[in-house]
Design a protein around this ligand. Structure first.
Ligand code: SF4
Length: 389
């Protein structure tokens, strides 16, 4: 069986447009200061190739799975956020780490790499809307509330890798751990051995899906803490009774898949396997055939038999690449509408060329640094994750 990739329809929300004004309190909407080459410049590929060759082993380019093809072609390694940060740490000889991903990933790379290595994010506007949904001041306010209620000592904070260095630092300071979508169940098992409650940041869906589908908790064991409501919108009794206190954050890309997306593709493609990321809503994950991280999704599609059909609920760049890599399998996007991660797509060839050429010229553009105190505590939380049984 041979299939061809069908691009989902464009919608008004296909690329959620972000502002261009400076907003230092947010990962989003920060202008890139670069004097960028024109996207129409026919020499962009040659310029990126030449700049990378001129830098040689001094530069190491990381490409997240959700990046554009035009950028991925220049990546020395591809992977999810944690794999990429570890790859950077494993290359101490590389003076410059050019991180083609989003801001929190570059922060993690800065924390895990040596003091002489400098991490560059080709476009400062490449943030993550989920990471932005948990701001340190909000989280500290919630923790004060838990302390006043006398339950903070029972709570172990766990943050998803997709969070700012500030939040990882908060978790490290308070005896918690970082987790990824691959090890969330192990992180929660460890946390429940250390305390009777977990405060899960910032992705409510990964927290709920892991607690209910992998840990045997019920939906009633979980409460949703809304930082925009007084006391999180929860009573003292609800917080005392809860086992999982979920932060009200989500991924704007994976959160767009619905039960209707699953029903529609099952009607349209008999026998289709629905494969989704755990950042999807609980009802979508329940309705799917398989759930797993981006690395899991890639392995599952690589191993799938020829002729099988797969509707995949994750970012479109990755699904399209997998479909093109496996023309003998029918791999399609779970939804009929386009669903890119708009901030990942901020990194394009002009930004990459500009970053590499600046490095060649002896200037370090868009360096991402984490202050030493935050980095220390975030490292504690990251090391705890590495030590998970
Ligand atoms: S796909 Fe979702 S979690 Fe990942 S960077 Fe984009 S908004 Fe953030």
């Amino acid at each position: 069986m041979t299939s061809t990739w069908t691009e989902p329809a464009n919608t008004a929300l296909s690329l959620l447009l972000l502002g261009r004004d400076t907003d230092p309190a947010s990962e989003r909407g920060v202008d890139c200061p670069g004097d960028l080459p024109a996207p129409s410049d026919p020499d962009l590929v040659a310029r990126a190739t030449a700049a990378k060759a001129a830098l040689g082993d001094r530069v190491f380019v990381l490409g997240h799975h959700y990046q554009r093809d035009e950028v991925i072609q220049f990546a020395d390694v591809t992977g999810d956020s944690f794999k990429l940060a570890r790859e950077a740490a494993a290359r101490p000889a590389a003076e410059f780490i050019v991180f083609c991903g989003v801001h929190f990933m570059a922060e993690s790379a800065d924390i895990l790499t040596g003091p002489d290595q400098r991490v560059v994010l080709p476009d400062l506007a490449a943030g993550c809307s989920m990471a932005d949904m948990a701001v340190l001041g909000q989280v500290e306010t919630a923790w004060e509330q838990f302390t006043d209620l006398g339950i903070a000592d029972d709570i172990v904070p766990v943050t998803y890798m997709n969070s700012s260095a500030d939040i990882k630092g908060f978790v490290g300071r308070n005896g918690g751990t970082v987790c990824t979508s691959s090890n969330a169940e192990r992180a929660l098992t460890w946390a429940f051995e250390s305390g009777s409650k977990v405060f899960f940041l910032p992705d409510q869906h990964l927290g709920r899906n892991t607690a209910v589908l992998e840990m045997g908790l019920t939906l009633d064991d979980c409460v949703l803490y809304d930082p925009h409501k007084p006391n999180g919108g929860l009573t003292a009794e609800q917080l005392r009774a809860a086992k999982m206190i979920l932060w009200r954050g989500h991924c704007s890309v994976h959160g767009r898949f619905t039960l209707d997306s699953v029903r529609e593709v099952r009607e349209r493609v008999p026998g289709v396997n629905v494969l989704v990321h755990p950042e999807c809503r609980h009802e979508v994950v329940r309705a799917a055939d398989q759930v797993g991280s981006t690395e899991y999704i890639i392995k599952a599609l690589d191993a799938a038999p020829a002729g099988s059909a797969w509707a995949v609920g994750t970012e479109l760049n990755l699904v399209r690449r997998m479909a093109l890599a496996h023309p003998d399998k029918q791999i399609m996007f779970l939804d009929r509408a386009v669903c890119y991660c708009s901030t990942m797509n901020r990194i394009d060839l002009p930004h990459l060329v500009w970053s590499l050429e600046e490095l060649v010229a002896g200037r370090v553009p868009n360096q991402i640094t984490v202050d030493p105190d935050t980095a220390h505590h975030a490292r504690v939380a990251l090391d705890q994750m590495l030590a998970l049984p």
